[in-house]
Write a protein that binds this ligand. Structure first.
Ligand code: UDP
Ligand code: MG
Length: 316
């Protein structure tokens, strides 16, 4: 009699893909190398590739894998909804007892899977990974990233870890918790922190992607960081109020100063340049504050509409 246990558990591997036709076969082959470890523990693999409206033949690459392996599933979006939506769709389709989220470009090394699982086995619900360096990344991008995480730690109550990747393994409990957050403006790094649970962090050195190129331009990253700040902190609203109060006090002080100076020394009540300065300055502050309000309002508007997070074109 062999002592290999029957496969009674499933590990769902969720892979958001946007223009990853070259990476997908490499990713699949590399990940399968870990299969033996899991099947010895009675755990079967299930792949969920989410094609996030790719413009290349990503869907065809997945279908090709599916011809020989029916554990490969494909969800195709009707257009590019963004990685956050792809993650949500993947989690919804995942049937496994354990779920792991991985990038298609092999920047999330599959070789870490057994170690991640060992922590789940030991009772952790959530295993996260962190890059300890940002090798191969433009220095300016690293600098902004570090400033962003520093700021987030100060202004948000949610735990957002520097260098944390989306490469995470979790139990069904955690996956369901994440799915229960149905917000439209999704910022995973915040959502993962918000749901809590006892996270075990694994560290590894940065790996460059195997094929294709990164989908994150500097501008996209900058907007994404604003998204993160607004989704997980109301500090900018408080700040704009704070500025408002400070400038009211300052302008009152200036008024009193002007009155006293005119009354005591008969001097003219300030000059035109100062008035122009004051008008522009206060006007500027008002615009900033209105801008901040407007941004929150627009986010609220999108949430209130309750639009779907994604739309499926094809599902296999
Ligand atoms: N991705 C996606 N939708 C997008 C952008 C990216 O599903 O709109 C996927 C992409 O295919 C990859 C993962 O998200 O599997 C990470 O993207 P990328 O490697 O470009 O980001 P980086 O590793 O440079 O941060
Ligand atoms: Mg990548």
């Amino acid at each position: 009699m062999n002592n290999i246990p029957s496969l009674n558990k499933t590990l769902s591997i969720v892979v958001p893909c946007y223009n990853e036709e070259e990476s997908i076969p490499l990713f699949y082959a590399e990940t399968l190398k870990q299969e033996q470890f899991f099947s010895e523990k009675g755990i079967a693999f299930e792949f969920i590739f989410v094609d996030d409206g790719s413009k290349d033949s990503t869907a065809a690459a997945v279908k090709k894998l599916r011809e020989n392996d029916e554990r490969v599933h494909l969800v195709s979006f009707s257009r590019n909804f963004g990685k956050e939506s792809a993650i949500y769709a993947g989690f919804e389709k995942a049937a496994g007892d354990i779920v792991v989220l991985m990038d298609a470009d092999l920047q999330d090394p599959p070789a870490l899977l057994p170690e991640m699982y060992s922590y789940i086995e030991n009772g952790h619900d959530f295993v996260g990974t962190r890059r300890v360096d940002r090798k191969g990344e433009p220095p300016i991008r690293s600098w902004f990233a570090r400033r962003f995480y520093g700021l987030m730690r100060k202004i948000s109550k949610t735990d957002i870890v520097d260098g944390a990747r989306d490469y995470r393994m979790m139990t069904r409990k955690v996956c369901d918790a994440i799915l229960s957050m149905k917000e439209y403006n999704r910022f995973s790094k915040g959502i993962f922190g918000w749901v809590g649970f006892d996270i075990k962090w694994l560290e590894y050195e940065n790996i460059e992607r195997v094929a294709g190129e990164t989908k994150w331009s500097f501008i996209k990253l900058f907007l994404y960081s604003l998204e993160g700040i607004m989704a997980f902190s109301t500090m900018p609203l408080v700040l704009s109020m704070f500025f408002g109060i400070i400038f009211c006090i300052l302008s009152l002080g200036a008024l009193i100063f002007g009155i006293v100076r005119t009354a005591a020394f008969g001097e003219p009540f300030w000059g035109v340049p100062l008035i122009i300065f004051a008008v522009l300055f206060v006007g500027g502050i008002q615009l900033v504050c209105m801008g901040i309000l407007g941004m929150y309002l627009s986010k609220t508007y999108l949430e209130v509409k309750q639009r779907p997070i994604y739309i499926i074109k094809e599902e296999l």
